[in-house]
Design a protein. Structure first.
Length: 371
């Protein structure tokens, strides 16, 4: 039975079990994928999912609005993150980092504060109306906080080189830099919340698209940057320009992957919920498991493309190999290298398309049915 005032879509959402409405399964799957990509911080999503499951299961009441909307929130948010930041005694600005699959408890707690605060803010009208109200002040104050945190960090590292002789001084600098680093983080958070509410609260398709893609960019950015920075390193240009090139290339590659392999597939459903194209491609009668099997054993010959009815591109695969061999015999070994990388990228594209259900046959129909 529909509740009064609910649309058909809203009633459908309300009729789902609580754990489905909060997307617990999606959170856990996302964290497992992220962990396999060597980003242990994403295990905090698992902890968040388990925490939400406990809240739903034990029927906890909603938190009071003053916890997130009151000015006193600065006290408990700043105090908890400051304690954790002080414990993380390392040489860089901000929290410590880890690239392992097994999460570090302290780092998990640190990021859990931010995830937890975001969960508490969700659905709170007081926070939606008041949170980030003084965003200009927050952003302005964040600038000196960041510089002071950096200066105190350099002083701490310099004094800490002779820690045995300067213990008290080292700890004073450490607590000082930790305080300003925490202030910088929270000031930037509330400043950005207010900024985006002020200028991006109206519906904009491109903003919505980038927002949907943000989780995917977060998961994949480390691997993409590591790979691309290795290539950009070979360029004879200034370091700052290398950084800009790596950033632009990584963003473009990940956005392209998001659009082709993620947004309209089961991966995108886990990240942001189901998205559908304005014109959905018709289904093909060919079986996805057959295409996948042919690809695994004959990707270099292109038999999976012949099965899908993509005859021209299927012929191109062995043709490229033949031309590459001829180039080597004519004294141009570079031709084989180019052909190898081209075919490898082509194969990766086919594999991802088959796995995500976006592979199409010769008539433009989507091969997504396993049976």
């Amino acid at each position: 039975r529909k509740k009064p005032g609910l649309t058909q879509e809203g009633a459908s959402v309300q009729s789902k079990p609580a754990w489905r409405r909060i997307g617990l399964g999606n959170f856990i799957w996302l964290a497992l994928i992220a962990a396999m990509m060597s980003q242990a911080v994403s295990w905090v999503v698992v902890a968040f999912g388990v925490g939400v499951w406990l809240v739903v299961k034990l029927k906890f009441k909603q938190w009071p609005a003053w916890i997130t909307a009151s000015p006193w929130r600065w006290l408990w948010l700043g105090l908890i993150t400051l304690i954790l930041q002080v414990i993380m005694f390392w040489g860089g600005f901000g929290p410590d980092t880890t690239a392992g699959v097994i999460p570090w408890n302290l780092l998990l707690l640190y990021y859990g504060v931010f995830f937890g605060f975001g969960a508490l803010c969700y659905g709170q009208k007081d926070f939606e109306e008041k949170g980030g109200r003084y965003w200009i002040v927050c952003l302005v104050l964040a600038i000196p906080a960041g510089f002071l945190g950096g200066d105190l960090l350099e002083a701490r590292n310099a004094v800490g080189a002779e820690y045995e002789n300067h213990r008290l001084e080292t700890w004073l600098y450490h607590v000082g830099t930790s305080l300003f680093q925490v202030l910088y983080a929270w000031l930037m958070i509330f400043g950005c919340i207010g900024f985006f509410r002020r200028y991006f609260s109206a519906g904009k398709k491109w903003v919505r698209y980038l927002s949907d893609s943000s989780y995917w960019l977060y998961i994949g950015h480390l691997s993409a940057l590591l790979f691309l920075s290795g290539l950009v390193r070979l360029l004879d240009v200034p370091s700052f320009l290398k950084f800009i090139i790596s950033l632009i290339l990584a963003t473009c590659v990940l956005l392209l992957m998001y659009h082709v392999y993620v947004r309209y597939t089961w991966i995108g459903t886990m990240l942001n919920g189901k998205r559908t194209r304005e014109e959905e491609l018709p289904s093909s009668g060919k079986k996805r498991w057959v295409v996948l099997l042919l690809f695994v054993f004959t990707w270099f010959a292109g038999f999976h493309r012949f099965y899908a009815g993509r005859y021209i591109t299927g012929i191109m695969l062995p043709l490229v190999l033949i031309l590459a061999v001829m180039g080597v015999k004519m004294g141009y070994p570079m031709v084989l290298t180019v052909a190898f990388w081209g075919l490898l990228l082509w194969a990766i594209h086919d594999f991802l398309s088959i796995v995500t259900g976006t592979y199409v046959d010769g008539e433009g129909k989507r091969i997504h049915n396993w049976r």
